[in-house]
Design a protein around this ligand. Structure first.
Ligand code: GLP
Length: 263
């Protein structure tokens, strides 16, 4: 892991969008792994602006989203498919048939998990995976006790996650679907490069545990410690509970390659 801290969420969004843009310019056929949530909104808005202002090209990009609520059709405004349309896909030249989100309406969840894994494999694997972190420490929807060897599957959301995500559901926890399809931890770790983005004070504790705590299935983000190319991008509030911050800043200062993705 390497860690880069910037003052605030706006600076992090700008940096992450620039890193993705650099990747797409170096390798137009990139396969992106995409995340949802409030943290990502600013990043997608910035990427859409780069498409508009600098002609950032998405025409050869393929994408795979991490997760989707079970029981929400793609047309539902609260689905992650619609989130992606709203914040990114409708604003860039990505081909709809190259955008993939797990099917929350699939009748057979195990079959849907296998189908999604094969689609990622057939696309040549994920080059660059964007991740946020949940307040339970989840990546994707890999809630506590998710196996590090897990693959795309149906999961039950933790009560805290339903509360965290209730805003899209009229602030009613019980209206948040209790289950979701999510890429597994092993699926995520297969990506060639990972960007873990955390902003805001509410992420401070989980970010510190993810980066510095022991690896544990209770906090799926800790699995990222085993990934050879994981860059953590945090704003000052999210970084505020990291105990070895001076060391991370030292590494960032002397590593000229820290923001150079392998492409
Ligand atoms: C959601 C998503 C995650 C996301 C996380 C953080 O539940 N399933 O992929 O990273 O929670 O969300 P936010 O950025 O809104 O804090």
């Amino acid at each position: 892991m390497k860690i880069v801290v910037r003052p605030d969420a706006a600076a992090i969004a700008e940096l992450v969008a620039r890193l993705i843009a650099d990747q797409l310019r170096a390798r137009p056929r990139t396969t992106l792994g995409l995340a949802t949530g409030r943290t990502m909104e600013r990043i997608y808005i910035r990427l859409a602006a780069l498409h508009r202002l600098e002609r950032l090209d998405f025409s050869q990009v393929a994408s795979f989203n991490l997760d989707e609520y079970i029981g929400l059709p793609a047309s539902d405004p609260r689905s992650y498919r619609k989130y992606m349309d709203r914040f990114l896909f409708d604003h860039v030249d990505i081909l709809p048939e190259r955008t993939h989100v797990p099917d929350g309406m699939a009748p057979d969840h195990a079959a849907e998990g296998l189908r999604y894994e094969s689609a990622i494999h057939d696309a040549g694997g994920i080059d660059l995976q964007l991740l946020g972190i949940g307040e339970t420490g989840h990546i994707g929807f890999n809630e506590p006790l998710s196996a590090f060897a897990s693959r795309t599957r149906a999961v039950t959301l933790a009560p805290h996650t339903r509360t965290q995500n209730a805003a899209m559901f009229g602030n009613d926890d019980n209206a948040v679907p209790p289950r979701a399809m999510t890429m597994g931890i092993a699926t995520i770790l297969d990506a060639r490069q990972i960007l873990l983005v955390a902003t805001g004070i509410r992420k401070a504790r989980m970010l510190a545990l993810t980066v510095e705590g022991p690896m544990t299935a209770m906090i799926s983000g800790t699995a990222l410690q085993s990934h050879p190319n994981c860059l953590v991008l945090a704003d000052e509030p999210a970084a505020s509970q990291l105990t070895e911050r001076a060391y991370y800043d030292h590494v960032a200062r002397y590593d000229p390659e820290i923001l150079a993705l392998p492409g």
